[in-house]
Design a protein around this ligand. Structure first.
Ligand SMILES: NC(=O)c1ccc[n+]([C@@H]2O[C@H](COP(=O)([O-])OP(=O)(O)OC[C@H]3O[C@@H](n4cnc5c(N)ncnc54)[C@H](OP(=O)(O)O)[C@@H]3O)[C@@H](O)[C@H]2O)c1
Length: 281
């Protein structure tokens, strides 16, 4: 489950290890936005704990980042829905100067709620809700003690209102947004920066599997990550991309809620059933 590798000599960075701590944990780091977070943080000189189920992808990414940026990496392959794995992560991270938690992993089954498998729905709760709550409770006390740290929770515009056919996923994304807002206030005077990223469509392999073609405002993962890292410390919520910002305002503030839900129903009616997040708004 664990593979710790060191490297020699870090390349230049812009103060992230000093600002937050030496290590960042990226939960959901094998693909898509998680890989982009890992790159951006390695580029800024942070050592990385990379977490996901696919060990080969994590090992390849870790090797690449060590060579390119001279950081240390630690790969933890396992299922974030399993409590024992979370407990293992506690043991691993307790030995590190962990300065940042990025919770990016998500499970998003597509389909009508009433016909869904109960274990699949529970997996949404375990990966998208229990996972971040558990990891946050594990890592925050030492960040508070060190008076520095950062938390990034990946959310989605799908959580801006109810979203038919991915109802449980969308609700879990609303949970992450609201959790981040509460923690942002609780922790802002303790040296810890908290933000949630309300992403619209992002060009990831999983998005391509589920949606098939780009929705308006679709962004590359690297753009989403850079906008999120730049907003960290300035506000509790970031909506990357101009079109997504407009959609957020219209759907969340201008339209009656019933109308916003109806629009979401239209945008999710053709989603494939392949299972991971990827909804445009
Ligand atoms: N792509 C979009 O359009 C979009 C839009 C809005 C919000 N978001 C949010 O952005 C985040 C990332 O999206 P993405 O498209 O990059 O997703 P993705 O391609 O499906 O990647 C998700 C990552 O999480 C890992 N993961 C999933 N379940 C896991 C589990 N049970 N245990 C451990 N790792 C797990 C996956 O790795 P393994 O499979 O190897 O475990 C993968 O590294 C999600 O939180 C999503 O809600 C995405």
């Amino acid at each position: 489950m664990l593979n710790h590798t060191t490297s020699t000599g870090r390349t230049g960075h812009n103060g992230f290890p000093d600002r937050y701590g030496e290590w960042a944990l990226v939960a959901g780091a094998s693909e898509g936005i998680g890989v982009a977070f890992a790159h951006a943080l390695a580029q800024r000189g942070m050592n990385l704990v990379l977490v996901a189920r696919r060990k080969t992808l994590l090992d390849e990414l870790a090797k690449d980042l060590r060579v390119r940026f001279g950081i240390e990496t630690l790969c933890a392959d396992g299922d974030l829905a399993v409590p024992d794995f979370l407990e293992n992560l506690r043991r691993v991270t307790s030995r590190l100067d962990l300065g940042m938690l990025v919770y990016n992993a998500a499970h998003a089954p597509v389909g009508d709620f009433a016909g869904a498998d109960i274990p699949d729905l529970m997996r949404v709760v375990d990966v998208n809700v229990r996972g971040p709550v558990t990891l946050l409770r594990m890592v925050l006390p030492s960040m508070v003690e060190r008076k520095r740290g950062a938390v990034i929770l990946m959310s989605s515009l799908a959580g801006n209102q109810g979203t038919p056919r991915i109802a449980a996923y969308a609700a879990s994304k609303a949970f992450n947004r609201v959790l981040a807002e509460g923690l942002w206030y609780e922790l802002k005077d303790k040296g810890i920066e908290v933000i949630s990223c309300f992403a619209g469509a992002v060009r990831t392999p999983g998005y391509a599997n589920t949606v098939g073609k780009d929705a308006p405002g679709t962004l590359d993962p690297g753009v989403v990550v850079e906008k999120t890292l730049r907003a960290l410390g300035r506000k509790p919520l970031v909506v990357p991309g101009f079109i997504n910002g407009v959609a957020y305002a219209i759907m969340g503030r201008l339209l009656p809620r019933k109308a916003a839900i109806g629009i979401m129903a239209g945008s999710t009616k053709d989603l494939a059933r392949s299972g991971t997040p990827k909804v445009s708004s």
